[in-house]
Design a protein around this ligand. Structure first.
Ligand code: PBG
Length: 337
């Protein structure tokens, strides 16, 4: 190129200068990912010595509590701060009112007790509060005259939260999207002496088609049948409403707010962090994980590279923590770097 009409070399500003070497890229990277950012969702099976892969979530295995413990030990070893437990409820224990959710000896409570007994406070245990794993209809709330009844559901959720906290949950994570549940659950936990149990609210949870493989994993897909959750989870077209949800949940006592799903909702993560500056979680949900795996299995994507690219996108958008089925794999690869 003939630069004779420029003063000095062209161009003076070259952004590629700092992209030349690993060391200079490292210095200007802005965002980073560590195992400390990750929360690992785990599916629990009843019984003993039992494990089952989840077909629609390659690399994800459901474990009975005894086998789960070695998984948890690995997570601690790799510096993953918390796990999130999801029980697979046998169909004979499912009822219209999901009463198994309030049984203090149910699967999630007994798993929580044994993990807490074995590992103490070395790892945070996040327990999901919602009725869908326990109801014959697969909805997160109680049905009255064919409708999800908000206020009676709150009582059920409060009882569920208290049995989980009694069992040793460090974090109660309501994923049901009933109105007023954060305040109600905070009150119930405090009244039961659990003032130090953290509340992580699924504050901006969308009625998403990306939850499909999760519903396979916990066995709620058949229960839900052709039903959907649009009368309580948010519609994908809304943004301001997510801010309203977060503001309410914070006012009611949420310690951490969550956006779910993740990658299609990075704008929501960004806006929440900018407006509220509070601890913000994002859930890279089952469908997002399955998509990446499916493409990789076809040889269309490099799984490891896409995994890290998707995780750093959450950090860049403003998330402080990421719930992801990639947690263990990402932590392993980070440790070997
Ligand atoms: C249940 C719950 C769901 C997920 C977490 N908790 C599914 C749903 O709302 O139907 C989805 C997680 C995922 O897809 O990975 N309340």
């Amino acid at each position: 190129m003939n630069n004779s009409f420029h003063r000095g070399p062209f161009p003076a500003t070259r952004l590629r200068r700092l992209r030349q070497s690993v060391w200079s890229r490292s210095l200007v990277q802005e965002h980073s990912l560590s195992s400390n950012d990750l929360i690992w969702p785990l599916f629990i099976l009843p019984g003993q010595n039992s494990s089952e892969p989840v077909d629609s979530l390659p690399g994800v295995t459901r474990y009975s509590v005894d086998l789960l413990e070695s998984q948890v030990a690995q997570a601690i070893e790799l510096g993953i701060p918390a796990i999130a437990l999801f029980p697979v409820t046998p169909s004979e224990l499912k009822t219209d009112d999901g009463r198994e959710s309030r049984n203090s000896d149910n699967l999630i409570c007994s798993a929580t007790r044994s993990i807490r007994e074995r590992f103490g406070d070395d790892i945070g245990i996040v327990c999901d509060v919602a009725l869908d794993p326990y109801t014959t209809h697969g909805q997160d709330g109680l049905l009255v005259n064919g409708e999800i009844a908000n206020d009676v559901t709150l009582d059920a959720l409060c009882q569920q939260a208290v049995v989980q906290a009694d069992a040793g949950a460090s974090v109660i994570a309501p994923s049901d999207m009933m109105d007023g549940r954060i305040g109600a659950i905070r009150g119930a936990l405090d009244a039961a002496g659990h003032t130090n149990v953290v509340l992580m609210s699924y504050a901006a949870k969308y009625a998403s088609a990306f939850y499909g493989p999760f519903r396979d994993a916990v066995g709620s897909k058949d229960s839900l049948g052709g039903g959907d959750k649009k009368t309580y989870q948010m519609q994908p077209s809304a943004t301001d409403e997510a801010m309203h949800e977060v503001a309410l949940d914070l006012a009611e006592g949420a310690d951490i707010v969550m956006v779910k799903p993740g990658m299609p909702y990075l704008d929501i993560v960004r806006r929440i962090k900018a407006e509220f500056q509070v601890p913000t979680a994002v859930y890279q949900v089952s469908g997002e994980y399955a998509m990446l795996h499916a493409a990789a299995q076809n040889g269309w994507l490099d799984l490891s590279a896409c995994m890290f690219e998707s995780l750093i996108a959450f950090k860049r958008a403003g998330a402080d923590m990421i719930l992801t089925y990639f947690a263990l794999e990402a932590a392993k690869q980070l440790a070997s770097d």
